[in-house]
Design a protein around this ligand. Structure first.
Ligand code: FMN
Length: 298
């Protein structure tokens, strides 16, 4: 199921979402060998970040998680040496607070063998990064423009549910030169232990992922498709090929999967691919593109 999206050619449309599986070259290689269309790294910042203390993740009913890892990562310097011999189809997720952060990150990584960048504008639980930047249209424009001025690599911009409209953020990113929009990230949420009254996560508030957010993700992709011209990657609560088909019909050209890898294991994307292949045959679609945006006909 070859797929072309935002200037990148993938052997299939199932991409591993940022953050679920860490940052080591060995895991990227393993996912590549297992058949992932592409892999998005955990978000990398200019300097190392310790993140929050445990507990950082809690699983809740209905195949869902709430996490507040706090964008823990080893920083640009260490990650650059980790992937210096990369041959996996890797998209590097980047996060920062200022235009200068992104200039340094992109200049350091742009000559490595990576497919492109995904700009994380949507992490909902870290101050002055992620969603706080995504909520500021001027910052979005300046950062996207700056990244595009510094590198010819494709740039995906990952948007989510914050205080400003997801459509507005995506439109600003498109105007500034983004090649593709990824939607959505986790959504602010919390869980309390009713025996003690303690909020379970150390950061108290985290981001909800998994099955619980799928209808919201599908709605966002549907609305984005109506309002922007660049391709969209759907993400949020995909646990089966049926979920992936829904995102494609809403307007996504490819999908990312995250939480399912925790619930059902690394081979999940092969299960989804097999299911998609069977679905296309039964419904007599000749390829994935035939499904993209079908829901907009009605
Ligand atoms: C433990 C965990 C860590 C995550 N870390 C990141 C991250 O570093 N950068 C990012 O853009 N998204 C991150 N995400 C969000 C996922 O990439 C994805 O957008 C979200 O989980 C929704 O997809 P899913 O329901 O398939 O998990 C993280 C999600 C989880 C569960």
């Amino acid at each position: 199921m070859p797929t072309k999206i935002g200037g990148i050619e993938l052997k299939n449309p199932i991409i591993v979402a940022s953050g679920i599986l860490g940052l080591s070259q060995s895991i990227f290689n393993r996912l590549h060998q297992m058949g992932a269309g592409a892999i998005v790294s955990k978000s990398i910042s200019l300097f190392p970040r310790e993140g929050y203390r445990n507990p950082t993740i809690v699983s809740i009913k209905d195949n869902s998680y709430i996490n507040a890892v706090g964008l823990a990562n080893p920083g640009l310097e260490s990650f650059t040496s980790e992937i210096s011999d990369n041959n996996a189809p890797l998209i590097v997720s980047i996060v920062g607070s200022t235009v200068q952060d992104f200039t340094e990150i992109v200049n350091k990584l742009k000559n490595l063998n990576i497919l492109g960048f995904e700009l994380n504008l949507s992490c909902p639980h870290v101050d002055k990064m992620g969603m706080e930047i995504g909520d500021d249209p001027k910052a979005v424009y300046d950062i996207v423009k700056n990244i595009k001025n510094n590198s010819s690599k494709p740039l995906f911009v990952k948007v989510g549910i914050g205080n400003s409209s997801i459509i507005k953020t995506a439109k600003v990113a498109e105007e500034a030169g983004a090649n593709c929009i990824t939607a959505i990230n986790t959504i602010r949420a919390m869980k309390i232990d009713i025996e003690t009254g303690f909020p379970i996560l150390e950061n108290k508030i985290g981001g909800l992922s998994g099955a619980s957010i799928k209808p919201i993700g599908v709605r966002c992709v549907y609305e984005l498709k109506k309002n922007i011209g660049i391709p969209i990657i759907g993400c949020g609560g995909i646990l089966s090929h049926e979920d992936a088909v829904e995102y494609l019909m809403a307007g996504a050209s490819a999908v990312q999967i995250g939480s399912i890898l925790g619930f059902k294991g690394l081979n999940s994307f092969n299960e989804i691919l097999k299911g998609l292949d069977k679905y296309l045959k039964i419904k007599r679609y000749s390829n994935i593109e035939d499904l993209v945006g079908i829901a907009h006909r009605y």
